[in-house]
Design a protein around this ligand. Structure first.
Ligand code: G
Ligand code: G
Ligand code: MN
Ligand code: NA
Length: 257
């Protein structure tokens, strides 16, 4: 309960921040997007990861208000990068993590559309990251909401792919554009043939369904080479960059050819 009230105060006191982690096309070396990652800049305890508090946000329902802030802030950031000429509408998208409770609220679609309208951001500049787990909670509602958002130009990524229910049946019915290979497979791929095979299978599946695929948690050059060999060209991870504060991310874009 104490953490819950601290989180409530953190929101009103403006202690949340969004960091951006670049996503790279290894063929061109260009930054093709970023994932927005929530951080809590605690006045005494410093920077805290949502790993420590996302569950409390979910269980308390606070995730609705924090999630609204995340969506608004992500759209403001993308709009500002666009206005500064650092990204192009057709070449960059910002990925926003959406939690199950947030997605299943009745006005979720309206909230996304309102944030786009308020910032004047083109819808194709955001990609919503959903997880397999939240899909099965209510498949029909999920699909209906996804289609409504897609009609406006919003796209979707399946986060942590391979760790959940990943059935082909779901995947065929879900209007996702991008599969994010979970970092657990990447972490051990060089030492564990099974993980390397799983990556190969996910890439093949993505290809046959016409989806894009990105690997997460790429830390070593060897992992990147293995991914390229398997046909996975897009990646994010510490090898290229940690999640960065907005200003530093902008500086990174400015240095791009
Ligand atoms: O960045 P980090 O590894 O600390 O994030 C930990 C977890 O928190 C990850 O599972 C990530 O998906 C989740 N997360 C990060 N930012 C957000 C956010 O803005 N909203 C939601 N719902 N989850 C987030
Ligand atoms: O659940 P989700 O995939 O959204 O969470 C991504 C998490 O992975 C974030 O918390 C982010 O900070 C973290 N992350 C990003 N790149 C790397 C990496 O190269 N290695 C590790 N171990 N974690 C990473
Ligand atoms: Mn994610
Ligand atoms: Na993930």
């Amino acid at each position: 309960l104490q953490l819950e009230s601290e989180l409530r105060l953190a929101l009103t006191h403006g202690e949340f921040e969004l960091f951006l982690q670049p996503q790279i096309d290894s063929a061109s070396g260009m930054i093709i997007g970023a994932e927005a990652l929530l951080r809590w800049r605690h006045p005494e305890r410093g920077l805290r990861s949502p790993a420590d508090f996302i569950e409390v946000l979910e269980e308390s329902g606070l995730i609705i208000d924090v999630g609204d802030w995340v969506i608004g802030q992500a759209c403001r950031m993308a709009a500002s990068l666009l206005a500064a000429g650092l990204v192009r509408t057709d070449r960059f998208s910002l990925c926003i993590n959406i939690s199950p409770r947030q997605f299943h609220q009745s006005e979720f679609v309206e909230r996304i559309l309102a944030a786009l309208e308020q910032t004047g951001l083109p819808a194709q500049m955001i990609k919503l990251e959903i997880t397999e787990g939240m899909v099965i909670q209510n498949l029909d509602d999920t699909i209906a909401k996804m289609h409504r958002l897609r009609r406006h130009g919003v796209s979707f990524a399946m986060d942590d792919f391979g760790t959940g229910y990943s059935s082909l049946t779901y995947l065929k019915r879900l209007p996702v554009d991008l599969l994010k290979i979970d970092q657990s497979f990447v972490r051990d791929a060089l030492d564990n043939g099974n993980d390397a095979e799983i990556i190969r299978a996910i890439v093949a599946m993505a290809r046959s369904l016409g989806l894009q695929v990105i690997a997460e948690g790429v830390e070593q050059q060897g992992q990147l080479e293995l991914l390229q060999l398997q046909g996975c060209q897009l990646y994010q991870g510490y090898l290229f960059s940690h999640p960065l504060p907005f200003t530093e991310f902008g500086e990174l874009l400015r240095k791009q050819p």
